[in-house]
Design a protein around this ligand. Structure first.
Ligand code: GDP
Length: 198
């Protein structure tokens, strides 16, 4: 993987703060605590996203600017934005916070320019839960290409993984890749899919 540099390029708590930004984007979406920060850090090879054992803390949209020489990216810098969207579906934060997160997500999806791929993270142990279906419906409505990642794949057996992958393919037509931070070599395939989408 030829990443020259990756850095935090913005943190936005409200839709009003979101700048118009034409740079190519890959979105990362998932329930709170799904393992999104861990996956982003693994992909970028550094701890830019904040991980935590307690769910419900990512309440902002974070941009990471990645300088890499991928085909499909603009020349001279080759800047790709990874957009880390707020983790949703964490009930204990209260109704108004749940609504705020959902509004931020929906508004982001409505406004974001030049989105090349939506990476939807699903916890291997739980599969699709109702808030994931809401998010999937919004991504489908926006006609975005989707890559599904089954996170924490070390928590289930390989036959359970195969069943879940087959089920997602059958039910939703989704292509899914298992990932675990315990075996980060899986990130090569994820980067490969991102490159293909750019
Ligand atoms: P986020 O809220 O979606 O950003 O999730 P985090 O990346 O902060 O991870 C939430 C918790 O799950 C943390 O305690 C992580 O250590 C743990 N976690 C993340 N990825 C994995 C994984 O692949 N395997 C296991 N066993 N735990 C993981």
């Amino acid at each position: 993987m030829n990443i020259n540099k990756a850095e935090l390029a913005g943190t936005f708590f409200t839709l009003e703060q979101l700048p118009a930004d034409p740079r190519p984007k890959v979105l990362f979406l998932g329930r709170s605590n799904v393992g999104k920060s861990s996956l982003i850090n693994a992909l970028l090879g550094q701890r830019l996203a904040r991980t935590s054992a307690s769910p419900g803390k990512t309440v902002s949209v974070n941009y990471y600017a990645v300088d890499c020489a991928f085909p499909g990216l603009p020349r001279g810098g080759g800047r790709l934005l990874i957009a880390d969207l707020p983790g949703y579906g964490y009930a204990r934060v209260g109704k108004s916070e749940i609504l705020r997160v959902r509004r931020l997500l929906t508004g982001f999806l409505a406004r974001a320019e030049n989105v090349r791929l939506a990476v939807l993270l699903i916890d291997s142990r739980h599969g699709f839960l109702p808030p994931d279906l809401d998010t999937l419906a919004q991504i489908v409505e926006k006609n975005l290409p989707i890559l599904t990642i089954l996170t924490k794949s070390d928590k289930i057996s390989s036959s359970q993984q195969r069943n879940l992958i087959a089920k997602l393919q059958h039910q939703f037509g989704l292509f899914a890749i298992p990932f675990s931070i315990r075996s980060p070599e899986g990130k090569g395939e994820i980067w490969q899919r991102i490159r293909e989408a750019l």
